[in-house]
Write a protein of this length. Structure first.
Length: 181
């Protein structure tokens, strides 16, 4: 048993040593973080996170006020106060986002992203891109409906002669059984 435990420990040490360079490779430099922060700012990557804390606070207020409606003012004031105390933690999320971008992109790529999205074309894409995407989806839906209609029509026409009932059965309705009641 001791031999097995010793081998397991040795294997674990070897595995940890082998993975150590990979863990160090994931560390990011200040230059990478600086470039990542600039890219995140340029594309507004974390703007959607701005409402997380206010939404959580409103949900908590609603829940607490529902339980104790007589203390609505006290609850609102207290939740708002505590939420403001936690607002500084938003920087943790920004730091995490920058680290993710720094690990995903090179400094050169981050600088190129920042340059593009800081340009007029990049700003226009950020602003009007969702509208263009929505319009493209509408166009694709209309196109798909037309193609579906035409495919069904062409296939039905091509199969009409092959799938037509034998000459003696033309015009006869298929036999059906009444539904059970």
């Amino acid at each position: 048993m001791i031999k097995f435990a010793g081998r397991t420990f040795a294997a674990a040490v070897l595995l940890a040593a082998a993975l150590a360079p990979a863990a160090k490779a994931q560390e990011v430099t200040e230059d990478q973080l600086k470039a990542a922060r600039a890219a995140i700012t340029a594309i507004g990557a974390t703007n959607n996170f701005d409402n997380i804390l206010p939404n959580l606070a409103e949900r908590l207020k609603g829940s607490l006020i529902q339980s104790s409606p007589n203390y609505q003012d006290l609850i609102s004031t207290t939740v708002d106060s505590k939420a403001l105390e936690l607002a500084a933690r938003r920087a943790d999320l920004e730091r995490e986002a920058a680290t993710i971008y720094a690990k995903t992109f090179t400094v050169e790529q981050l600088n190129a992203i920042t340059a593009f999205y800081s340009s007029d074309a990049g700003k226009k894409l950020l602003n009007d891109g969702p509208i263009a995407s929505r319009e493209m989806l509408k166009a694709a839906d209309i196109w798909a409906a037309g193609v579906s209609r035409d495919l069904t029509s062409a296939t039905t026409k091509a199969l009409e002669t092959t799938l037509a009932p034998p000459a003696g059965e033309a015009g006869q309705a298929p036999a059906t059984t009444p539904p059970a009641q």
